[in-house]
Design a protein around this ligand. Structure first.
Ligand code: ZN
Length: 581
């Protein structure tokens, strides 16, 4: 590169759509939309805010959080190096900028993601900052506007980044309960964990022209299906056609459209004085203390210590995927009695990868919902390898709500490589289906007990695992991404999967230490598939120990404690752990 190149680049830029060379200032005046072809260039968060809010109204919310590297994650670079690189190149502290402002005179809280910062990935700090913006909206009784741009969860923070999907979703749920509008503006690109949570479980979903959104990325879908993708797949117009978004909006109309929507929410509603804001940190501490005092149930220290043989993470991955491992239907037979299967999402399909229905556990009625794999190739194919379609997630949602109405506790058995990443799954709104389950579980007024029995794969697993207590079989794994997928992205090649498995901290003892999992259910000395009867016996005992104390907790308290459980996965917690090292 010549010495003059950077300056040239500042003056001129080439359109990614039509390759026209455009005068930078003219492009900016046109909101970074190419005047020749209409291509919407990606915007950083500061520029996006400038375009959307009333001038002079912007008040940035604090963005500094203690440094966090909860896993000590190292791929070819240590994670802190990647973080400082992103800070240097963007001038931002993290991948989201949060603020209060007015838009057309309407006060709002905003969280605007910035794709330039590690692909806009959702880590603990990003989740914490967006959650605080949502809490600010709740305190101020204003709408919340989210502008999303993200490749998904941040792999370097492992399952803790996955938990952020639940943390932010429950903050959205609180706004829903309070009757406060939530709006997300999808910008290019919005994928993975962000798509499958707060990008799509808001009241209104707007897609900016040129935005692409989906649960699985096109590269992954092509790899898995081995087929070419339909024309315009996952584009804003595709999303509109398939009922996934309320509207597609050109950037030049976006602000006016938001003003019109925000005006509707205030119309006819008496202005309420803002509730005085409490200092957030001590408030949460107090709540946390309440939760601890309730000891839900008598919190035994992680039983990780009981298992002397420490297995390598990659061996555990292979164990978790063993075809002989008991499946949900096996457990329904061995752990529960009188299972009556309920089928269908009532919208046109019955997904075989999710089974659910009523059953008895030691004489008590419960709703059991789980992923179903199989032992033979034919069974696995028939069950789509335990990868649920949107219909599967909607069936699960229907059964969760039914359980709440009937006052039945919900027990979920999680065993999936991930949600179905196919073309039709995207057409039917996989991201939104997962997002709605996560949000609903954060408010479900009945006990929820989740068990990771085999593979806990990413958002598909979390869609059944936002629970009061999360148990995990000793040789199960729970991860934000498969080790193979992580290796393909962060290492030179997929053969680094064993290293990635170690770096991701996806085993039961690791997740217990991180607080993602409450209790490890020990397997027989060989493994679950060598002694399914003994495994079932141990699982049954663990279910009863954990479920019985939950039955006496009033529903409102249950929901409050569940939210506290997921509120604690923020950056503060991670950094507190880091500080202890
Ligand atoms: Zn152009």
């Amino acid at each position: 590169m010549t010495a003059t190149a950077p300056r040239e680049e500042q003056l001129w830029s080439r359109c990614a759509g039509c390759a026209s060379l455009l005068y930078r200032k003219r492009l900016r005046r046109n909101l970074d939309v190419c005047p020749e072809c209409g291509e919407h260039a990606r915007l950083g968060a500061p520029e996006r805010l400038r375009q959307l809010v009333d001038s002079g109204s912007l008040r940035l919310l604090p963005d500094r959080l203690p440094e966090a590297d909860p896993l000590d994650f190292v791929d070819v670079l240590p994670y802190p190096h990647r973080l400082s690189g992103a800070r240097a190149s963007t001038g931002l502290a993290e991948g989201v900028v949060c603020a209060t402002a007015t838009i057309g005179g309407h006060p709002v809280a905003l969280a605007v993601m910035d794709f330039r910062f590690l692909g806009g990935s959702l880590g603990c700090a990003v989740g914490e900052l967006i959650t605080r913006a949502a809490e600010r909206a709740l305190d101020d009784r204003t709408p919340l506007v989210l502008v999303t741009a993200s490749g998904g969860a941040r792999m370097q923070e492992g399952a803790l980044s996955l938990m952020q999907m639940a943390t932010v979703s429950q903050a959205i749920a609180a706004l829903r309960e309070a009757g406060l509008l939530t709006v997300s503006v999808l910008t290019d690109p919005t994928y993975g964990g962000v798509a499958a949570s707060f990008a799509t479980n808001t009241d209104l979903v707007l897609a900016e022209s040129g935005a692409r959104m989906g649960f699985a990325g096109p590269r992954v879908i092509r790899q898995i299906t081995g087929r070419a993708l339909p024309e315009g797949f996952q584009t804003a117009d595709f999303l509109l056609r398939h009922g996934q978004v309320d509207m597609v909006v050109q950037r030049r109309s976006l602000r006016a459209r938001l003003v019109a929507l925000l005006a509707v929410t205030r119309a006819g509603r008496p202005a309420r004085p803002p509730v005085p804001r409490q200092e957030p940190a001590p408030h949460r501490e107090r709540l946390a203390d309440d939760g601890a005092a309730l000891a839900l149930p008598a919190d035994p220290p992680a039983t990780a210590g009981d298992t002397p043989a420490v297995r390598d993470a990659w061996d555990t991955v292979r164990m978790a995927r063993h075809p002989g491992r008991p499946t949900t239907l096996d457990y329904l037979d061995s752990v529960f009695d009188g299972f009556v299967e309920l089928h269908g999402d009532r919208l046109g399909a019955d997904c075989p990868a999710i089974v659910g229905g009523v059953a008895r556990l030691a004489g008590r009625h419960v709703m059991v919902i789980g992923h179903q794999k199989g032992h033979t190739t034919a069974e696995l194919v028939a069950r789509n390898f335990g990868m649920a379609s949107p219909a599967g997630h909607r069936k699960a949602l229907r059964l969760m709500r039914l359980a709440a109405r009937l006052g039945l506790p919900v027990v979920t058995l999680v065993d999936t490589p991930g949600a179905d990443p196919g073309v039709s799954a995207e057409e039917q709104g996989q991201a939104a289906a997962i997002a709605e389950n996560i949000l609903t579980l954060t408010v479900l007024p009945t006990p929820v007990l989740a068990v990771i029995t085999g593979e806990g794969g990413s958002g598909g697993a979390l869609a059944l695992a936002v629970a009061d207590r999360v148990l995990m079989l000793e040789n199960a794994v729970y991860s934000v991404i498969s080790p193979e997928g992580c290796a393909a992205i962060l290492w030179p090649d997929r053969s680094a999967a064993p290293q990635a498995a170690r770096a991701l901290r996806l085993t039961a003892p690791d997740l217990c230490r991180l607080g993602v999992v409450d209790e490890v259910v020990p397997e027989p000395s060989s493994a679950a598939h060598d002694d399914p009867a003994e495994t079932a016996h141990r699982l049954r005992a663990a279910l009863l120990t954990n479920l019985l104390p939950l039955l006496d907790v009033p529903p409102a308290m249950l929901v409050r404690l569940r939210r506290q459980r997921f509120r604690r996965f923020g950056a503060n917690r991670a950094s507190a752990r880091a500080g202890l090292r």
